[in-house]
Design a protein around this ligand. Structure first.
Ligand SMILES: [Zn+2]
Length: 130
């Protein structure tokens, strides 16, 4: 008898073994496990995708815009000696006090004030959000 070829009797015995209730249970359990694993993988993929979308690019973009916008304000709005909120002579930041990061039109300056670091931290709507 060559290897790999079964007699009818051997074949039927094997079939019975495969179709036995215990085996069926095992099979369904392993397929359930597989399904769960797949589900978890999908879920993890979605989580990491949402993380990617939310945090990294926009965070970096905001940071760059924010810095260049403030630089622009410094170049276009005269810097006073004193904090426009508390009047202390400190290093001053250009602070958007209204939340409108506008730098066009006649009154764009009204959206901005030069504040010391501590007043800036308190007033900047962007910082308050986080
Ligand atoms: Zn101040």
């Amino acid at each position: 008898m060559p290897r790999g070829i079964l007699t009818k009797e051997q074949y039927e015995r094997q079939l019975r073994r495969i179709r036995s209730p215990e085996n069926r249970k095992k099979l369904s359990e392993s397929s359930k496990r597989m399904w769960q694993t797949k589900d978890m993988t999908e879920r993890n993929k979605k989580i990491s995708e949402s993380k990617k979308g939310h945090k990294h690019p926009s965070w970096k973009g905001d940071k760059v815009d924010y810095a260049s916008l403030h630089e622009w304000i410094r170049n276009n709005l005269p810097i006073p000696k004193k904090c426009q909120n508390c009047g202390k002579e400190k290093r001053l930041d250009a602070a958007c006090i209204t939340g409108n990061y506008i730098r066009t039109g006649d009154n764009w300056q009204l959206n901005w004030k030069y504040l010391c670091r501590s007043c800036h931290m308190k007033s900047d709507p962007k910082r308050l959000k986080t």
